[in-house]
Design a protein around this ligand. Structure first.
Ligand code: CMP
Length: 138
């Protein structure tokens, strides 16, 4: 069993597609083992995306990620990281496969509805950023 961090970004929450995203996760056998809605400030968003600090889109991305509430979840399942990345589709929605969340809902490379951890190491760090050990259901 593998764990990954999933985020429904401010654009997804604002557009009322939390249920649609969760439906796709559950129907693909990704089990939600922790979940909450939070609103980050820009400093907190900068901490979360620290690996992208040098990228030209860092300020814009962290401004966007702190612009409204987000839903953060821990997903668990076999190959959860790769499976969830497949369901999300490519970062750039124009390159995402048909039937993926980003292909169906993203409007912009930045406002791409969802985030997912890209490796087991990143997943551990990202999960710990939002959830303490009492909030993780086993
Ligand atoms: P995410 O998977 O959350 O990881 C980094 C985020 O940066 C990405 O999704 C997008 O929301 C955002 N982003 C904005 N511009 C770019 C870009 N040119 N390349 C990659 N990510 C970008």
């Amino acid at each position: 069993m593998e764990r990954t961090l999933a985020i429904i970004k401010p654009d997804g929450v604002a557009r009322g597609i939390i249920g649609e995203v969760i439906q796709r996760l559950e129907s693909n056998k990704l089990k939600i083992t922790a979940m909450k809605m939070v609103k980050m400030n820009q400093e907190q968003a900068k901490g979360f995306y620290a690996v992208h600090e040098e990228r030209p889109f860092f300020d814009s991305l962290t401004y966007f990620m702190s612009s409204g509430p987000i839903v953060v979840m821990v997903l668990e399942g076999e190959n959860a990281i790769a499976k969830y990345r497949e369901i999300m589709g490519a970062t750039d929605y124009r390159q995402a496969d048909e039937g993926t969340i980003r292909k169906d809902f993203a409007t912009d490379i930045e406002k791409n509805v969802v985030h997912g951890s890209d490796s087991p190491e990143t997943a551990v760090i990202e999960i710990a950023y939002f959830f303490n050990r009492f909030e993780l259901i086993h």
